[in-house]
Design a protein around this ligand. Structure first.
Ligand code: SF4
Ligand code: SF4
Length: 409
């Protein structure tokens, strides 16, 4: 029997089929006419309006040297910097590369690999966006899990990346293991796809095939499935000697070792579309450019666009905003028309909660202005909302309760 964790959801076969269709779609590289690159609060622009930039050039950096820099994925001209937080670059159409980083050897030291993670702008590409070099700085790592458990409906880029670029991925896994200070034999590729497992196994990488169940790709659920052990809520996997990295991060590591900063990422566009697609797109590509590649079946008025999957993604409020480093999918869904009813105490939310919580009780406490400390263990997977027959938006309320609790002294 394949390994898994407690709780969670197995999605209906229609959704699984749509995912498999997307997994079969080969990557296409797109060349947008412009980029809109958002900066977080740590990053400050290192370019000015009017500057000419090439692929791989730095656009923004952290003056304190803690958050990795942001690089450009097209060649062209910087035409706007809005409130020091969004940089717009218009393409010159030539896609010319600038001066890249010097390549690293296969035997590069741990220090050199950590420095390269920083210089190449690597952050966790599975959604968290935590600086990769900081995760790998942890002193006593024993295990590295490479996460290709893309368990949300519709999304397929991670599995496709594992199948289509298994050689680069295997190389990236070996570099990541060296950066963690462990042998590549301690690195394990985790997936729900038998094809991806066979590819990586053929490259000499240890693989574990897990049961297709949501949220298998969540860091804590993956560790529970692989090691049969749960990480305490107040600790990080690195505190317990483990690192989980997404496959896109591993591929970016291999490219960084060859001198390419992180300028592009893999992304699936799926949902209510005629042609689900997997794209390689420059960071900062407008969401509208991504969506038009998949030919949406609904007009803009009748649908909503989600950055990520339908379970944990966030609604895209402006289609001109740019693809961030952390976004591996865009999902087109029908506009929501939900009428929620009262809780009927059916217990479905309790049965699926992978964190072992009582979602209906936490929601009721939150709505009554009371506090339920167990909310802090919620991983925001959305399973409770998905199964609730009364259509209660449990995950959103529990997320609010958790935020409030974190903000309290
Ligand atoms: S309470 Fe949190 S962890 Fe449990 S199912 Fe709901 S969203 Fe997921
Ligand atoms: S699934 Fe919905 S209706 Fe059932 S117990 Fe939970 S909140 Fe109540």
């Amino acid at each position: 029997m394949k390994r898994t964790f407690r709780g969670g959801i197995v999605f209906p076969s229609a959704l699984q089929n749509q995912k498999e269709t997307a997994q079969a779609s080969s990557f296409m590289t797109i060349f947008p006419k412009q980029l809109h690159l958002s900066l977080n609060s740590a990053l400050k622009p290192t370019v000015s309006v009017g500057d000419t930039v090439l692929i791989g050039d730095r656009l923004a950096a952290d003056p304190d040297g803690k958050f990795p820099p942001l690089h450009c994925g097209i060649s062209g001209t910087v035409t706007a910097i809005e409130q020091s937080s969004v940089i717009t670059v218009i393409s010159d159409g030539s896609n010319t590369f600038g001066t890249l980083l010097p390549p690293l050897s296969k035997t590069a030291s741990r220090e050199a690999l950590l420095q390269r993670m920083y210089d190449a702008g690597l952050v966790g590409m599975g959604g968290a966006g935590f600086p990769t070099y900081r995760k790998y700085q942890a002193p006593t790592i024993r295990h590295l899990l490479i996460n290709a458990c893309e368990c949300e409906p519709y999304l397929a880029a991670d599995v496709r990346l594992s199948i289509e670029h298994s050689d680069t991925l295997a190389e990236g896994i070996r570099f990541l293991a060296a950066a963690a200070g462990i042998s590549s034999r301690e690195a394990v590729f985790c997936t729900e796809s038998p094809t991806a497992a066979a590819r990586l196994s053929g490259m000499g990488i240890r693989t574990i095939l897990l049961q297709g169940r949501y949220p298998q790709g969540s860091e804590r659920q993956l560790l529970a499935a692989v090691f049969g052990r749960e990480i305490p809520e107040d600790r990080f996997p690195t505190d317990c000697g483990m690192i989980v990295s997404n496959v896109a991060t591993a591929v970016a590591m291999a490219e960084a070792a060859h001198g390419l900063p992180l300028t592009h990422r893999s992304v699936t566009v799926s949902g209510m579309v005629a042609h689900p697609v997997n794209l390689f797109a420059p960071i900062g590509t407008p969401f509208s450019d991504l969506i038009e590649q998949a030919d949406p079946l609904l007009s803009r008025r009748r649908c909503r666009y989600i950055a990520g999957g339908p379970m944990t993604g966030t609604q895209i409020t402006s289609l001109t905003s740019g693809l961030p480093k952390t976004c591996g999918g865009v999902t087109v869904l029908p506009a929501l028309q939900i009428t929620k009813g009262p809780c009927i105490r059916c217990g479905a939310c309790v049965r699926v909660c992978p964190a072992g919580l009582m979602p209906f009780r936490i929601e009721a406490a939150h709505l009554a202005g009371e506090k339920d400390n167990t909310a802090t263990a919620c991983i925001s997977c959305g399973c409770c909302s998905y199964v609730c027959p009364a259509k209660r938006n449990l995950a959103a309320h529990i997320g609010e309760a958790r935020q409030e609790m974190r903000q309290r002294p």
